[in-house]
Design a binder for this molecule. Sequence first.
Ligand code: DP6
Length: 327
Amino acid sequence: MKATAKAPANIAFIKYWGKKDPKLRIPPNNSISMCLSNLYSLCTVEFRENLSEDKIKFLGEKVVTEREVLRIIKVLDRARKLAKTKLRAKVVTKNNFPKATGIASSASGLSVLTLAVTAALGVRLSKLELSKLARLASGTACRSIPDGFVEWEKGTGPEDSFAKQIFPPDWWEIRDVVAIVTHKMKKVSSTGGHALAETSPFYKTRIAGIKERIRKIKKAMKSRNFTVFGEILEAECLNMHAVMLTSSPSLIYWQPATLAIMKRVQEWRGEGLESYFTIDAGPSVHIICQEKDAEELKKRLSKIKGVLRISVNKPSIGARLIDEHLF
Ligand code: DP6
């Protein structure tokens, strides 16, 4: 009745923004991502006979919102329904990076929980079923279940909306150098932001162009054409942020340091250091580069005012069970 799992955050090259069905978290388009080797969550879950309510603990977090606790309880309830049990659980969870700052903490945090909870209850699920279950907790969480480079197929409904691997982690030696620029939680959650997407006059145009961008980026990934890949992913980030900026009310997830990094990346590229930025719903910046350039980028980024921490990530495997428990 006890299990521990580890799951990575992921970075999307083609993004999920807006929802066709908010309750079931069905996206309007497919998205493409990579699991990250050095940004992850751990979670231990134990179901016990003597508990009258679920006990949830976030290690290393000063602020835990009621919304976060309720989200966890919903995952427990879904798994209890599958296992036909009423047992309550002790849950201890931990991230190795600050949450709600534009690094997919809900992706790693809710995929790790989904895997640990089902394993603790002895519910055996395929990766595909796990991905679907994780999707219900947080859309991006479904992309942290498979290994390596991943595509979330939007599907037509809850049964065929899940993520699957398109290339294994060792397919391509690219890196995601993440510059963390704040430790403060963002004011508008991703879930809140998704709900505003359709208020942007550019939303429909964004969705209309996505299928073609996905076709092109997958082709570039297959042939390992870094320049084409990078140009598409940076344009895609700006496209999603154009929707965010023009939503009503407007969403500006960036901080001054975010913009400083974006400008620098473009300048460095002009000088021959080839990398491309992408940003999620927060101020942290993900700089995608080839392995050979990661250290130089890290060095240059560390000199930019406002950069608090840098994490260099390889493509990694997805969520898995591990032996060391957190309690
Ligand atoms: C901006 O998965 O955090 O990171 O499904 O409401 O939990 P919910 O949203 P979430 O969406 C964040 C999306 C994004 C872009 C992306 O990673 O595709």
